[in-house]
Design a protein around this ligand. Structure first.
Ligand SMILES: *[C@@H]1O[C@H](CO)[C@@H](O)[C@H](O)[C@H]1NC(C)=O
Length: 408
């Protein structure tokens, strides 16, 4: 009898263990007007994903009372660990023990910030076993309260931002501590249709892509919560672009979901664009049509008549660009990742020169990869192992084929 009881107990404990510690899945939508990505947070409230953001913030609608988090508490320190450029310096003043915490939520698009209190909210989503949704979960999250004017330039219907940076109050870290899962998230940003974000690591879906990912170290840059990787060289059609490894190392390569395209520091931009144009001009020798340049549309420098561009499975038939990342693998970009449709009949090379930054200035990243460079890749941001996995989805598919948020 005791044996049976023990068995029953063991079985129910096992069931408990398996219903706990599962990763949390959220469908990702791309907003066509802004090219930003959102996830449903709770009750129809959508938050904009900011892969470089250190906080979760939203408008409070006067409904939520501020959390009783004192200014001198560890949580408040975490909330203010990465003051955004141009925002007031956080301070507790002299009566520090009495004051409630003030955080400074930041709009990644406009650069505006505002003072706000912290409050307790919840992230309502489904857990997943890597194949299907398992159960609904309310993840308790500490967020910063923002005035509605901070929503300027964000997608219609969104109520704030979910930061995915490597910081204590970013969404991945909060899901990790609430759910007892890894501080790690998988991201598949869609070009259209649904993408997916999975917080907490494994069990990972799509073993055919997630078990054979290429990995590169995630590096931290002092004072910034963003995710950086290291680039060793850039290739255009397998020819190395004349940019020194030192130039690429100064400042590193930042990942951003704020911009739909890549920003490059002048010392990287010029040689890359020159190599790209040269390779494009050489393509007709391989049977490609002659690309006809048209009047550029800002902020882009090179634009073409889409009728004069060939198409293949990788998008427009343009030279392939390979980013040789630390660790030995290539982040390969086809026309899908290097071209952007700006208006009917016109597509531009999606590389933009950084403004207000000198060539070689290591205070600025050598490159900031944007949405176009990350879309239709499965990305594994593993903050525990400090590495980024990436795997390009096959041309015939997209993130949407893998979203099982609504399937049972
Ligand atoms: C959770 O999964 C169910 C289907 O199993 C779906 O109907 C629901 O929309 C999902 N909830 C969220 C918040 O994604």
């Amino acid at each position: 009898m005791a044996r049976v009881l023990l068995l029953v107990l063991a079985a129910s404990l096992a069931a408990l263990a398996s219903s706990k510690g599962l990763p949390v899945l959220a469908p990702v939508t791309k907003d066509t007007a802004t090219s930003l990505y959102t996830i449903p947070f709770h009750d129809g409230a959508n938050l904009v994903l900011d892969v470089a953001g250190p906080l979760v913030w939203s408008t409070c609608d006067g409904g939520q009372p501020p959390a009783e988090i004192p200014c001198s508490s560890p949580t408040c320190l975490l909330a203010n660990a990465y003051p955004a450029p141009g925002c007031p310096a956080p301070s507790c003043g002299s009566d520090r023990h009495d004051k409630p915490c003030t955080a400074y939520p930041y709009n990644p698009v406009t650069g505006a910030c505002a003072a706000g209190s912290l409050f307790h909210t919840k992230f309502v989503a489904n857990t997943t076993d890597g194949n299907k949704p398992v159960s609904k979960v309310n993840v308790g999250v500490v967020a910063a309260c923002a005035p509605s004017k901070l929503l300027a330039s964000l997608p219609r219907g969104s109520t704030g931002v979910a930061g995915l940076a490597d910081s204590g109050l970013a969404l991945p870290a909060q899901v990790a501590s609430a759910q007892k899962v890894a501080n790690r998230f998988l991201l598949c940003l869609p070009t259209g249709g649904l993408g997916v974000a999975i917080f907490g690591g494994g069990p990972l879906p799509w073993p055919q892509f997630t078990q054979s990912m290429d990995y590169t170290p995630l590096v931290a840059k002092g004072g910034s919560p963003a995710h950086y990787i290291s680039l060793k060289s850039i290739k255009v059609e397998n020819t190395r672009v004349p940019v020194s490894e030192r130039a690429l190392a100064t400042g590193g390569v930042m990942l951003s979901t704020r911009l739909p395209y890549v920003l490059l520091r002048r010392d990287v931009y010029r040689p890359l664009v020159d190599a790209f144009t040269k390779a494009l001009a050489a393509q007709p020798a391989n049977g490609a049509p002659v690309a006809r340049a048209v009047k550029p549309v800002a902020p882009f420098e090179l634009c073409y008549d889409t009728k004069s561009l060939g198409n293949n499975l990788g998008g427009y038939w343009v030279p392939n660009v390979g980013l040789a990342v630390d660790g030995g693998s290539d982040w390969a970009m086809t026309g899908k990742n290097s071209m952007v449709d700006v208006k009917p009949g016109t597509a531009c090379v999606a590389f933009v020169e950084m403004k207000g930054v000198e060539a070689g200035d290591g205070r600025a990243p050598a490159a900031i990869l944007g949405g176009a460079q990350m879309e239709d890749f499965v990305l594994d941001f593993d903050m525990e192992k400090k590495r980024l996995g990436f795997s390009r989805l096959p041309q015939f598919t997209g993130c949407s084929s893998f979203n099982f948020a609504g399937s049972t």
